[in-house]
Write a protein that binds this ligand. Structure first.
Ligand code: MN
Ligand code: MN
Length: 468
């Protein structure tokens, strides 16, 4: 009997790489580590992306009057959301190939009036951002990143906690000796986010530094220090975006160094893969290739810098205006409808310690390549953008032609939970959209884990898609 064709093999694919591919995979992982270590916030992810594409000759779109095939342009929004494109040989109005990821990650933000004193300690009062397990953030060394915008138009950039000489911060927890009451509570109720204050000091102001208006002397000392060392006042926090993230750099995971542990893989691992795929396109593509790095995905893609805004369609309109100046709004709508996107976002990898979360045969396996997720959503595909079969058939053709190792699955077991990505916000234009990204262990934890092979194969998939 002949061998059965078309059977699905779900297995560790690392050893199937040629020696040259294995070297390319390691080099890719190394450069990704360097990006991830810098990109600790969405603003830093944006700035580092712009630095890299400008070095390759990408021009800010507003500086460009006309577009021709092969031109490389980008458009940024509020220093957070980025569109980068390589213009194809066919007109933009015929549709674009898009890789869309996000660069915001779960974290803890400062409240607008954050500086406070309790029991002789100074703290920043906080409000968490995105879906976190709150206890993950207690006791670990934390860093502070962000910007303080002043009414005179100047900005102070803050980055404290990752240089060897920097101090770090901490959210404290109760010792196990007195933890019986906490241990008896449900996990969801044991950690009140209002108690998740960031410890920033314990020294009272000196006698010479006294200010009779401020009774809390440790707070006073911190305010003096902030003024002296950073030039910021308590009022300046009103117009600041300061984010608490894990202190420390991403690094190799495992004795065999096959994995990477880092903060913010979700979704900088896919954002970086998309950006790198666009930067590495070997020739001028037929269709214009675009990468979107979006903000605010973790809180529902809302707001001016999220994908629920008009940033994408405005960007497409800006491109068409420089290619077909006489074409109107209809050309933009047609371009949107004729476009297609890989929604570049991470998914949950099967963890043998939590089999009850797995969708058997349909859970992403680590080291089996990037994972295509046809639909996300929860409870009967609720809220999902469910991709059509014809689009996925075309992706099978593209990935096979390029020798990409990939897998398909869903986010997890039915009724166990669910999630969403930016997919539905782009699918509303009528374009083909499907999720494709890197499987992670401990997704949304301060330190997430990915396999180097999956990172590399996801990049390969994005590159093949953009080049098609
Ligand atoms: Mn994500
Ligand atoms: Mn997420």
């Amino acid at each position: 009997m002949s061998k059965l064709q078309g059977c699905i093999k779900r297995e560790n694919g690392v050893r199937s790489m040629t020696e040259a591919e294995a070297q390319a995979c390691e080099a890719y992982a190394k450069d990704y580590l360097s990006y991830l270590g810098i990109a600790k916030t969405e603003r830093r992810a944006y700035a580092e992306a712009v630095r890299r594409i400008e070095a390759l000759g990408f021009k800010e779109l507003s500086q460009v009057d006309t577009l021709k095939p092969g031109d490389k342009v980008y458009r940024g929004y509020h220093g957070k959301t980025l569109m980068a494109a390589v213009i194809g040989t066919e007109p933009v109005s015929g549709g674009i190939n898009v890789i869309g990821g996000h660069t915001d990650a779960p974290r803890i933000d400062l409240k607008p009036v954050p500086v406070c004193e309790k029991g002789g300690f100074a703290y920043f009062d906080t409000h968490y951002y995105g879906g976190i397990k709150k206890f993950h953030w207690l006791i670990h060394p934390l860093a502070l990143y962000g910007v303080v915008a002043k009414p005179d138009g100047t900005q102070v950039e803050i980055a404290i906690g990752d240089k060897p000489e920097d101090p770090v911060f901490q959210i404290t927890d109760i010792l196990p000796h007195f933890g019986a009451e906490q241990a008896g509570k449900k996990l969801a109720e044991a950690f009140d986010p209002e108690d998740m204050d960031l410890l920033i000091g314990s020294l009272p102001a000196s006698k010479d530094d006294d200010d009779e208006d401020i009774k809390d002397k440790v707070k006073l000392n911190i305010l003096r220090l902030l003024e002296r060392e950073y030039g910021i006042t308590e009022e300046d926090f009103l117009s600041a975006e300061l984010e608490i993230v894990p202190a420390g750099m991403p690094r190799d995971l495992g004795l065999d160094r096959s994995m990477i542990v880092g903060y913010g893989h979700d979704d900088r691992v896919c954002a970086y893969a998309g950006l790198k795929a666009l930067m590495d396109l070997p020739a001028v593509p037929r269709k214009t290739g675009m990468v979107l790095l979006c903000d605010k995905e973790e809180i529902g893609s809302v707001g001016a810098t999220g994908m629920d805004s008009t940033f994408f369609e405005n960007s497409v309109a800006e491109l068409i205006a420089r290619q077909e100046p006489a074409a109107g709004d209809l050309a933009v709508r047609r371009a949107l409808e004729r476009s297609r996107m890989l929604s570049a976002d991470v998914c949950a990898a099967s963890d043998p310690h939590f089999p009850n979360a797995d969708s058997p045969n349909n859970m992403a396996l680590m080291n089996a390549g990037g994972c295509l997720i046809k639909y996300t959503g929860a409870r009967g595909k609720g809220g999902a953008s469910d991709a059509r079969a014809e689009f996925i058939a075309d992706l099978r053709r593209i990935f096979a032609a390029d020798g990409v190792t990939w897998q398909a699955g869903e986010l997890g077991r039915c009724e166990k939970g669910g999630g969403g990505t930016i997919a539905l916000y782009l699918a509303r234009y009528g374009m083909d959209v499907v999720d494709f990204g890197v499987p992670l262990l401990n997704m949304h934890a301060p330190w997430e884990a990915a396999s180097k092979f999956d990172c590399y194969m996801t990049y390969r998939a994005y590159r093949a898609f953009l080049a098609d």
